[in-house]
Design a protein. Structure first.
Length: 392
């Protein structure tokens, strides 16, 4: 085929996409293939020495359509891949957040996750890392890092205080000021190391991060003293501290690279299921609170502290716009997959999920029917009242 000529397979693919309202060029298809985001055409023999023809793989049209709907001038192809990987853009997501997973090629997804981990410019970790790299001395670096972390979590605290419609079961309690300060300390320990924070300060943060302990304050204080003593011993002995360990971008990227693609996809799919479950629970809890599926959801959400953490991590996907939800989805995926302990905890939780997409959507149908019946009964009652007491 002459250089620059468009293959018959690509012409057929472009025509098929056009019937779906999507315009792509042969050059776009080739760019996506070069980046590993679109499977290459296959050569198929015609038999009896008649040569071969180029054939697009069966999944090419689906992937190309999704990429074309998300691609924009100036948008990184890595971002485009992550948007497609996080949720199929061909669906108008409102309540039903679980969609058939697109078969995006593994190399493209892995490259995009690496890009995201390295370039999340707005995350508190990356902002601190850039500030530390620009600082002129260690003491200044610690001060700058501390200031960024404290301001970040104080803003989160103030935002939580204004969240009057918060659903505790799926979103957790509002962040307290001591918890916000504790999370700032944890961020410093994660980026600069616990030695930069100090054993006593870290132990106090460990205690404050628990939240309101009520009558168990004495036990919480004793726990903090134990952590301080133990970490002081471990630091002198050159052993690993209790609690948050120092992390780097390179370490996170390597950890994610060691996670199987099947496990990465399972994390994505489970987060989507949890997000849909929290949204549907929220909109059906008042109409049919004693429904069997509604009770199962409540029981699951409260089955363990770890489960509660992962449900809370998934919940923002249910109310974040599609334009931004890919960032939250990818952030949670990279957070889970960059820490073997978190991944193990998440997978254990995923094995205990005892509801399906079908269960959730049937719950919506029953809730809708109950609301309709309730409205009908109310209208009949109002009509009977008006008939009995006609207006003067």
């Amino acid at each position: 085929m002459p250089r620059g000529a468009v293959s018959e397979a690509d012409r057929e693919l472009i025509d098929r996409l056009r019937t779906r309202g999507v315009e792509v060029s042969a050059a776009q298809l080739e760019r996506w293939r070069t980046a590993g985001a679109l499977p290459r055409n296959e050569r198929r023999g015609l038999g009896r020495g008649a040569g071969s023809v180029s054939v697009a793989p069966s999944e090419s049209a689906t992937i190309a359509e999704a990429l074309a709907r998300v691609a924009r001038p100036g948008r990184s192809l890595h971002e485009t891949v992550l948007r497609v990987f996080a949720a199929d853009p061909r669906f108008d997501l409102k309540v039903f957040l679980v969609t058939p997973a697109l078969p995006v090629p593994e190399p493209a997804v892995r490259a995009a996750l690496t890009w995201f981990t390295r370039n999340r410019v707005n995350s508190v970790d990356r902002r601190i890392e850039r500030a530390v790299a620009a600082a002129s001395a260690d003491d200044e670096a610690e001060d700058v890092a501390s200031d960024i972390a404290e301001r970040h979590y104080r803003r989160a605290f103030r935002s939580d205080r204004r969240d009057f419609g918060r659903e505790v079961l799926i979103e957790g309690l509002r962040l307290t000021a001591p918890e916000a300060d504790a999370f700032a300390v944890f961020t410093l320990a994660r980026l600069l190391g616990q030695e930069a924070v100090g054993s006593d300060r870290f132990a106090e943060a460990f205690r404050d991060s628990i939240g309101d302990v009520g009558q168990y304050q004495a036990e919480a204080d004793e726990l903090a003293r134990f952590v301080a003593r133990e970490n002081a011993k471990r630091e002198l002995a050159g052993r690993q501290h209790i609690g948050v360990q120092k992390r780097t971008i390179a370490a996170d990227i390597e950890a994610i690279s060691n996670v199987s693609f099947a496990a990465i996809c399972q994390v994505r799919d489970t987060l989507s299921l949890l997000a849909e479950a929290t949204m549907i629970y929220r909109i059906t809890r008042d109409s049919i609170p004693e429904d069997q599926t509604a009770r199962r959801l409540r029981d699951f959400f409260t089955s363990s502290y770890e489960t509660h953490i992962w449900v809370r991590a998934a919940t923002p996907l249910s109310y974040t716009s599609l334009a931004d939800s890919w960032k939250w989805m990818t952030s949670v995926i990279t957070m889970i997959c960059s820490d073997p302990g978190d991944l193990e905890s998440f997978q254990e939780m995923a094995r205990r999920v005892d509801f399906t997409v079908g269960d959730l959507r049937a719950l919506v149908s029953r809730s809708t029917a109950e609301r309709r019946d309730r409205l009908s009964r109310q209208q009949e009652s109002d009509f009977a009242t008006n008939e009995h007491n006609p207006a003067e």
